[in-house]
Ligand binder design. Sequence first.
Ligand SMILES: [Zn+2]
Ligand SMILES: [Zn+2]
Length: 366
Amino acid sequence: MDIGNKFSLVGLCDQAVQAYLRHGDITTAVQTCVTLNQWDTAVNLAQQQNFSQIEGLLSKYAQHLLDKNKKMEAVALYRKANRHTEAAKLLAQMAKETPGGAQKNPDRIKKLYLLAALEVEKYKTKTLQLQTDATMGTITTAQTVQSLITQDQSVASDKALESPWRGAEAFHLYLLAQRQLYEGQLEQSMKTALRLADYEDILDTQTIYSMIALTTYYNKFFMQCSKAFIKLEASLDVNEEMRTKFGDLALRIFTRNPPRDPPSKALPCPKCNTRIRDWSVSCSNCNYRLPFCVASGRSIFPEENTSLGSHGPDAAGVLSTGAGVVKCKTCRHRMYVSEVRKIRNCPLCHSHLDASASHFHDAPRY
Ligand SMILES: [Zn+2]
Ligand SMILES: [Zn+2]
């Protein structure tokens, strides 16, 4: 003990810890690390030795990092300690606070939202595992209930955790629409951009509706275009100077082009069968929100390819949902087989899709 104190006094953390551990004094060993600001060692030690006060220790260390604005280090700490919801919350917060927002740093923001969503998925998998263990009698019900309550409290207190993929979806679609536009895929780009209107809680008005205005203009969808301009001119999120500019631009566009959309293909709504435009994001009759293909950005109509659909065995990393659509096993988002043929990783979450598996070869092109 004495020797431990001496090491500690001169700041020799590792040696002090070794000395305390030889005497089985974990508490003092951990406390010494904290006093000497060796948080990493403290947490490792507490985990190895099953130290009962590890929760409090983690919170203190995390706070210490946050006070110094070391958010990424705090995320790493939470991840190491398997505190997935804390890591997710912090990542989502970092995404929201990224300087420059969608205009300057869309790639970085998408990555942060994606990491947050993956942490929530890990948490969900573990919660599910806990429930299974409880049913199997591996652990006691009391334990499960307690851990679920603790976890539920942290989830309920944060909106980003309830629908963890929305942030990543919004930025993925925004980046995708831009790329399609630059590559000259005007129609695809418009379909992707129209979907951004679903994410007003994540993207700002100007980002969403200037992208919609631009792509609908190129496609001569002047009805959709005028709707976007109305948003841009009326929104208080857009500064006054820009609002005036949007107003002038709208005047020039719509004196020459009446606000009408050209005809387009109509497909039945999967819920109520009303025929809706193939670029629709939701059904005009029953409000059903159509899922979208993460590879192309367009809406998925289950009816579209029924006659051509393939039901081959599941490839690793994907779940077949029939009708030429596959689902990523990690993020559970869908995509048209025809769009993912050349893609090896999920366009949204980047996890590996086994495109060489038989399912992809069997699926006919359409
Ligand atoms: Zn409908
Ligand atoms: Zn995915």
